[in-house]
Design a protein around this ligand. Structure first.
Ligand code: UN1
Length: 499
């Protein structure tokens, strides 16, 4: 309950050092080592130092979570809900501050950082309510005297591994249902965005979570994530991130037997038909592709446009993309911040160059501006390609950056065929006024989240979220679907003793 005992700065102006949260206490890594968290907009800005943890820290956290599991499982759902409600209020009272910190450490604009923090609040509130929903079903039995029912029980200790691109919303949407349904948690956030993780854990701890119910261990994927998912006491693992890591997790979970939930990549199409409201489609395609600097697994990366309007639509796209204001995400006028890291920026620039070399038609961007004047940010210009070959790497693979390709097609059938050629199936949009085409799209598109006349990103907390094909492990997050992952079913037959 106490305010976190983070190490205070030695002198004002210096960055603070943050520990792990294990068994209800903030403490440094066993090794005493730390790593730095720097702003992607300006690497001179040191956001904080965080525990550089290893296997022994993970073991301590899993032990604390295992010890707390029975107590938390037996805590009433109403009491669990009350804690989630209180955490929501605490986080809501800090929305501005945490949103600003989110922007500093992740690089999305201030509006997005504050907005995402509000989204985490909403998620905490939603799952506080979910905790009190019916948790089973009553069935008739072959024996009329038998009381036959099911009840949902927690998995036990759950490992939560989260990405940097939604550094507070995604942790909230995994941790809130895990806790609501009675699991205890070991949380390993992306090492690029540990401060948001600390802020979420602080809110939950201050709201009165008993020691050990939620544990935070910061550090690298190899040193923290790996021993966490291999620990035999972990009953479930929920992960959002790359397909490569997802593939490794499938192998590990096959050995440990842990229940696994994966949310992976996307190559999301926005189909624009000739009858669409083109101003509206344009705004949504640009925003879907470029907001958060294109770093959403739901971002639009393919604009599949009817050939009859493709030239005019592309011309307007070029104008819009070129007009986007790139710069310091803390400045109100900025629309596009940096990408998360220098590695990311170099990788995206490399892919853009390779696409260009192989003959792709670059229409906007494609360079690495130093937008905040001193070249100490990881900036990539919003980039647009025209006439993209749907079978090319640019047409098939996720770039995770501000890069959009236009693919002209002849009508709805070809649009759908092209949209479905990729190995991913997360989200998809169609822009049209034709109800019949909208219905066909909703039926035929291979995507877990389908939008008609709105952009591909976005996920409301009370409905299932997740992808088809290579985009997930078929499980869904959020809404009622979260209960499916974070619980297991017990079927109970109760017969009266013989009279
Ligand atoms: C959204 O579109 O607002 O990592 C959410 C991601 C997704 C979440 C997207 N799992 O980008």
């Amino acid at each position: 309950m106490a305010a976190p005992a983070h190490t205070m700065p030695a002198a004002t102006g210096q960055a603070q050092t943050y520990g792990n949260y294990i068994g209800g206490e903030w403490r440094p890594a066993a090794s005493g080592e730390t790593f730095e968290d720097r702003s992607p907009a300006n690497t001179d800005d040191l956001v904080g130092r965080f525990a550089s943890s290893a296997k022994e820290d993970v073991e301590a956290a899993v032990a604390a979570a295992a010890e707390a599991a029975d107590g938390w499982r037996r805590t009433s759902a109403v009491a669990r809900a009350n804690i989630l409600h209180k955490a929501a209020e605490i986080l809501a009272s800090r929305q501005e501050q945490v949103g600003r910190e989110l922007t500093r450490e992740e690089g999305k604009t201030l509006k997005e950082g504050i907005g995402e923090t509000g989204r985490a609040v909403q998620i905490l509130r939603y799952f506080a309510g979910e905790a009190q929903q019916p948790s089973g079903e009553h069935y008739p039995s072959m024996n009329p005297l038998t009381l036959l029912y099911t009840v949902r029980e927690p998995l036990g200790v759950v490992g939560v591994i989260t990405p940097w691109n939604f550094p507070i919303a995604i942790p909230a949407w995994k941790i809130a249902p895990a806790l609501a349904f009675g699991n205890t948690v070991v949380f390993k956030p992306a090492s690029l965005t540990p401060l948001c993780a600390v802020r979420l854990v602080e809110a939950l701890a201050e709201a009165g979570l008993p020691p050990g119910v939620l544990n935070l261990v910061t550090g690298s994927a190899g040193a923290v994530g790996d021993p966490l998912v291999r620990d035999p006491r972990i009953a479930g693992v929920t992960f959002t991130g790359s397909n490569a890591v997802g593939a490794d997790l499938r192998k590990i979970a096959a050995e440990t037997g842990a229940k696994l939930q994966l949310e992976l990549g996307g190559k999301n199409p926005a189909i624009v038909l000739a009858d669409a409201d083109l101003d509206h489609a344009l705004a949504h395609v640009v925003s879907g592709a470029m907001m958060s600097t294109g770093q959403k697994c739901t971002a639009t990366s393919r604009a599949i446009v009817d050939r009859s309007i493709a030239a005019a639509f592309t011309e307007r796209l070029v104008e819009k993309v070129k007009a986007l204001k790139v710069g310091d995400p803390l400045q109100a006028e900025t629309q596009i911040g940096p990408v998360i890291s220098e590695d990311s920026a170099e990788r995206i620039a490399g892919e853009v160059d390779a696409a260009r070399q192989s003959g792709a038609n670059l229409l906007a961007g494609g360079d690495r501006p130093s937008e905040n004047g001193h070249g100490r940010g990881h900036f990539v210009a919003p980039t647009l390609f025209g006439d993209v070959d749907p079978a090319s790497k640019l047409g098939q693979e996720e770039l995770f950056g501000p890069v959009l390709g236009v693919i002209p097609v002849d009508g709805m059938d070809e649009a759908l065929a092209v949209a479905n050629t990729v190995r991913f199936g997360l989200s998809a949009s169609l822009f049209t006024r034709d109800l019949g085409k909208a219905l066909t799209f909703a039926r035929e598109i291979q995507a877990g989240v389908v939008h008609v006349n709105s952009e591909t990103p976005g996920a409301e907390p009370h409905v299932p979220f997740g992808g088809m094909k290579g985009s997930s492990s078929y499980s869904r997050e959020q809404g009622k679907a979260a209960r499916d992952f974070f619980t297991q079913t017990k079927t109970v037959y109760i017969d009266p003793p013989p009279a």
